[in-house]
Design a protein around this ligand. Structure first.
Ligand code: CA
Ligand code: CA
Length: 297
């Protein structure tokens, strides 16, 4: 049992169905809403182009905000800013809360399309699919001839004061859940679709995804009660209602704790919690994984 869990834990850094939420230190409380994609839960890069696919760039280059210096004519191009999916490659992003259907576009995908030579756009297409549970997917309809329905077609607008939750200010390609009859989703899958383009391109990049309409973070479904955290006298305590495998690493990926937590009273898992430090905590049962970023203030 321990070995199985341990092996799985080695894989779950980016895989599985992670619910990512942010907790501050003592006292524990939810931070303000982060609208940007917060975790990569699965991916498979294709061939041909490898920009940004390695540590330390991936996955942070697809999480969080776009670089505000990016404009229509100066696209994101550094490995710290974007990842190339490679030929037919794909990745799955999730958020700290559900993206819900509101008026118009509900989330926006930022690739690194750009304008050149008097307004022509160099674009690289992405197929966009969404899911509530990470298992069942609905793909936004697209026209593989015209490119309508793909992401990766519209340059990112930049400059100070841009509201990236306003598709008209931000650029990028917006997607409306009403178009496919969904009220909310938790996962966005982006797959390189440059094979459809003429002339063919090598591979699309992913810069960022932002939720425009978001559920209240306090209504996170399913997962957040898999385990609870508390800190007493600089000791991190974890309690759970079931047996879970827990992995704790620091910001550099160094393992601080790995083991099973039994149901019942809170168990001490880590002493000398570093003030001002960040820890990533993963809890997994047989069915699912929860992922927490812990900031001790
Ligand atoms: Ca909508
Ligand atoms: Ca980025």
């Amino acid at each position: 049992m321990m070995n199985i869990f341990s092996k799985k834990l080695n894989k779950i850094k980016y895989r599985g169905f992670l619910v990512f939420f942010v907790i501050t230190g003592f006292p524990l409380m939810l931070l303000s809403q982060n609208p940007w994609a917060s975790a990569v839960v699965d991916y498979a890069f294709g061939g041909g182009q490898t920009l940004g696919q390695d540590a330390p760039y991936f996955p942070s280059n697809v999480l969080g905000a776009v670089n505000p210096n990016v404009t229509n004519t100066t696209p994101a191009s550094l490995p710290s800013e974007v990842v190339s999916l490679g030929r037919n490659g794909w990745l799955v992003l999730t958020f700290e809360q559900d993206v819900i259907d509101g008026q118009g576009a509900d989330f926006t995908v930022f690739e690194n399309a750009f304008e050149y030579a008097g307004g022509q756009v160099f674009d690289e297409w992405l197929i966009v699919s969404v899911s509530q549970d990470g298992e069942n997917w609905i793909t936004f309809p697209y026209d593989s001839i015209t490119g309508i329905g793909f992401a990766g077609r519209t340059p990112t607008h930049g400059g100070s004061g841009i509201n990236y939750q306003d598709i008209y200010q931000s650029g990028g390609d917006g997607f409306d859940l009403a178009e496919i009859g969904l009220n909310s989703i938790r996962f966005v899958k982006l797959q390189d679709a440059t094979r459809f383009q003429t002339p063919e391109k090598i591979a699309a990049e992913v810069d960022a995804v932002i939720g425009i309409h978001l559920a209240d973070p306090t209504t996170i479904p399913i997962a957040t009660n898999l385990f609870s955290l508390s800190v007493e006298n600089q000791t991190l305590l974890i309690s759970s209602l079931e047996t879970i495998a827990v992995l704790i690493v620091d910001i550099s990926g160094r393992e601080l704790f790995s083991g099973l937590i039994s149901p019942g009273a809170a168990q001490s898992v880590f002493c000398n919690v570093p003030t001002g430090g960040i820890m990533y905590i993963t809890g997994r049962n047989q069915k699912r994984t929860h992922y927490a970023k812990f900031l001790m203030q």
